[in-house]
Design a binder for this molecule. Structure first.
Ligand code: SME
Length: 186
């Protein structure tokens, strides 16, 4: 990761720090505690773009994006990826408690997002037919498909213990995120 990647990161309210004496460069992103949702997603997107710009390894990029989301977005109990492997979703990098490993296409919220190619915004997971409860604490969920060349290659899944935690601003922000960096996740 080069210093220029860091200089190009124009994240408002963020500190991006490189330690030139180390062999490994390290980012230190600090989301503003009082930022509104739009600003938070702008900053998250800038940070995600800078972190993944020069890395081609899909798993490494997913791992860092999951960690960034966990750091930037409040009130989550799970954030991460499921990857399309053959005809099913398989657990990818995430933050939170251990989770279901394989999800069939069309099953649960993740399977619905992968099968339809559409974001699933679920205010009450208990009202979603076929919801898969990996963590009994989950109350609401949003799942955004990641596409490449017109096909779904993964889904980004966020869970919250708060009912109706996710709204249209989250949908817009997360969809913009996967559009910007989706090609680096596949
Ligand atoms: N709730 C998801 C399963 C994945 S976990 O939330 C991590 C679903 O219904 O597909």
């Amino acid at each position: 990761m080069s210093a220029s990647a860091i200089c190009n990161c124009r994240c408002r309210g963020l500190a991006a720090t490189i330690h030139p004496s180390y062999i490994l460069a390290m980012f230190d992103f600090n989301p503003a505690a009082d930022a509104d949702k739009v600003t938070l997603y702008d900053d998250l997107l800038s940070a995600a773009d800078a972190l993944t710009a020069e890395e081609t390894d899909t798993i490494a990029n997913m791992a860092n994006i999951a960690a960034l989301i966990w750091q930037f977005l409040p009130d989550l109990n799970w954030a991460g990826f499921y990857r399309m492997v053959g005809e099913e979703l398989v657990l990818g990098p995430f933050q939170g408690k251990t989770a279901c490993i394989r999800i069939a296409l069309g099953k649960g919220v993740c399977g619905a997002a992968a099968a339809s190619g559409e974001t699933q915004l679920v205010e009450d997971v208990h009202a979603f037919p076929g919801h898969i409860a990996c963590d009994a604490a989950s109350a609401s969920e949003i799942v955004v498909p990641v596409t490449k060349d017109g096909r779904v290659v993964a889904v980004l899944d966020l869970d919250s213990p708060t009912p109706a935690r996710f709204d249209a601003a989250d949908k817009t922000g997360l969809e913009a995120l996967v559009v910007r960096i989706g090609s680096r996740l596949a």
